[in-house]
Design a protein around this ligand. Structure first.
Ligand SMILES: Cc1ncc(COP(=O)(O)O)c(C=O)c1O
Length: 365
């Protein structure tokens, strides 16, 4: 017998399964319409069941960041996995090789000779070569190379036994945080141009570039602009969040995951406290000074978090709030919120339908 969401103890995360399904189908259709492979980043949901659904709907494989996450996904039967993170060191080589002997068909992105050595050792240990993508820095300035250093790395990967040069990988993290769509599309066009140039330079050495893999959700809202990519890796699109809404890449109605919280105190007319602190909402940067969007009261502002308290500022002349009543919050960044949960509550039309364990949470290695 389904029961109403409001009967649950707070705080908790609820995920609307119909919105999830719509989000998955829409992105799959958009990728297909643009002639691109979809390889969703599963760091957002960290749940093998949802990864399987993404593949069922047509995804060409999945992305993870860590071997811990790859192991959880592999146990559930997902074998075609891009580990979009440089693996460095002998321990990682041995672990990657072990997962390969259990059926993992990995692709690894990297940007250094040390990481290349690690992956080549794994290939040797497992007795088959590993597909490798050279990571390009297109402006986010995290990992990745560009220009002649990138081309040199690509040629070195191509000439290294135990690995196969599969192409290029980038993550345009620098486009998040912008609201101006013209600015966002300009940055996407710049990235596309860089990838195009690098492909031209590498193929001039008679080295084929099979795949150009780009991410994430904001970029994937503009797939028609991409001339060079062969594959996209959005992650957040499955749930969406305020970061994606702010970039005009989703609407509030397309946000599938909310933190439900109780008003536990109202010490002053203009200030109240919710029971969803940083242990629920995470401390990821505020947007416009707020740590999430309160759906029922869009003019209330979550201005401060302690571990167990969210301090909310009310507008002048706000009606008194009822201590004990519930509100729901769309987080700024859903990936970090998911990583803090043991389980999330799946709901359909306001009724609880399941409890989903976040099986790959906390997988840091
Ligand atoms: C390498 C990489 N690819 C893809 C993604 C997915 O992007 P998004 O979270 O914007 O959907 C991420 C997110 O952090 C990432 O780090």
């Amino acid at each position: 017998m389904p029961y109403a969401l409001e009967q649950l103890d707070t705080p908790f995360v609820a995920v609307d399964v119909d919105i999830v399904e719509d989000n998955l189908r829409r992105m799959q259709q958009q990728a297909e319409a643009a002639g691109l492979k979809l390889r969703p980043h599963t760091k957002t949901h960290k749940q093998p069941g949802l990864a399987q659904r993404q593949v069922e709907l047509g995804a060409h494989g999945i992305t993870v960041a860590k071997l811990d996450e790859a192991e959880v996904m592999l146990k559930a039967g997902l074998t075609d996995i891009l580990i979009a993170y440089p693996l460095v060191g002998r321990a990682k080589a041995h672990r990657l090789a072990l997962l390969m002997t259990r059926g993992l068909e990995p692709t690894i992105s990297l940007d250094s000779l040390e990481a290349l050595k690690t992956v080549a050792l794994a290939g040797q240990l497992a007795g088959r070569s590993v597909n490798v993508l050279a990571e390009v820095d297109t402006g986010f300035h995290r990992c990745g190379l560009n220009g002649s250093a990138l081309v040199e790395l690509a040629l070195t990967i191509h000439g290294t036994p135990g690995v196969r040069f599969g192409g290029l990988m980038s993550f345009a993290g620098h486009i998040s945080g912008h609201r101006d769509v013209d600015r966002i599309t300009r940055l996407i066009d710049e990235e596309d141009g860089m990838m195009h140039d690098l492909v031209r330079q590498i193929t001039a050495h008679h080295v084929p570039v099979d795949d150009v893999s780009v991410g994430g959700t904001i970029l994937s809202h503009h797939l028609q602009r991409l001339r060079t990519a062969t594959e996209v890796r959005p992650g957040i699109y499955i749930f969406n969040d305020m970061g994606i809404v702010t970039a005009h890449a989703a609407t509030i109605d397309q946000c599938a995951a909310r933190v439900w919280a109780t008003i536990v105190s109202q010490p002053e007319a203009h200030r109240l406290v919710l029971d969803s602190g940083s242990k629920m909402l995470s401390t990821d940067g505020p947007i416009d000074g707020c740590y999430g969007h309160i759906v029922e009261h869009p003019d209330w502002r979550i201005v401060r978090l302690s571990e167990e308290h969210a301090v909310v500022e009310l507008p002048p002349n706000a009606a008194p709030a009822a201590i004990g009543s519930l509100v729901s919050i769309i987080p700024n960044h859903i990936c970090t919120v998911m990583n803090l949960q043991n389980t999330v509550t799946a709901v359909r039309q306001g009724s609880v339908v399941a409890s989903w364990p976040i099986m790959a949470r906390g997988g840091t290695q």
